[in-house]
Design a protein around this ligand. Structure first.
Ligand code: ADP
Ligand code: MG
Length: 211
């Protein structure tokens, strides 16, 4: 039940970069189906810059890592996802005090979702990344309240996000570029919800490795 420290946050970002690069083509294809096809490139490139900056100048606390992620995604990632994930990490940085226990993992994820909602004004059921973050947080909260440690709490979040991403297949998009397709957006998984599931899965992998 080790608390999650700056080394974990750093490892999270390296794993996120690797996982998003591995799934770059899949995210491109998902975004081609209901958007403009740039999501995989945006995410892989953005997190590539993140790890470069982390390697050059590793922050000494979790909040510092999140702040660097936020600044990098804001300045380097175009499209909707850059500002949305950027705002998520700004809020997460503000919520993170010292190392993270399982309650802090929930608080950080809640803060991230708040940032996304403030920025994008989406609610659940609109076929966006909000539909991955919301079940992720519900699952994380349940795990934390059951006395699970931070790694298990992040694993619960990742599994919740992954289920939420799958559930976007049946939804019609009413926010973002995919909403232009109307009913034709139904039947495709949302790219941003999918990248959220990868991001949280990388967090859980790094937390398990830190135990
Ligand atoms: P763009 O749509 O500008 O090309 P990306 O392809 O990088 O940007 O990101 C698309 C993803 O952003 C969508 O799959 C969706 O999850 C997310 N998204 C778009 N608009 C919103 C919004 N208003 N609120 C939350 N998420 C959104
Ligand atoms: Mg796009």
């Amino acid at each position: 039940m080790t608390n999650l420290d700056a080394a974990w946050a750093n490892d999270w970002m390296h794993r996120a970069s690797a996982l998003l690069t591995e799934h770059r083509m899949e995210l491109i294809d998902l975004d081609r189906a209901i958007g403009d096809g740039d999501h995989g490139e945006n995410m892989a490139r953005g997190f590539g810059f993140v790890v470069q900056r982390l390697d050059d100048n590793p922050p000494d606390d979790v909040a510092g890592v999140f702040k660097l992620v936020a600044q990098t995604l804001m300045s380097k990632v175009g499209g909707a996802a850059g500002p949305l994930y950027g705002t998520a990490f700004i809020r997460a940085a503000k919520a993170a005090e010292g190392d993270l226990d399982s309650a802090a993992v929930v608080a950080v994820c809640e803060a991230a979702l708040e940032g996304i909602v403030v920025r994008g004004k989406a609610t659940t059921g609109e076929k966006t990344m909000v539909d991955a973050w919301t079940p992720a947080i519900d699952a994380a909260r349940t795990a934390s309240e059951a006395g699970k440690g931070p790694a298990e709490t992040f694993r619960a979040a990742a599994d919740g996000a992954s289920r939420g991403a799958e559930e976007t297949i049946a939804m019609q998009a009413t926010k973002g570029r995919a909403s232009y397709l109307g009913e034709r957006s139904v039947g495709h998984q949302d790219p941003g919800a999918t990248s959220t599931a990868y991001l949280l899965s990388a967090a859980a992998d790094a937390a398990e490795a830190a135990n």
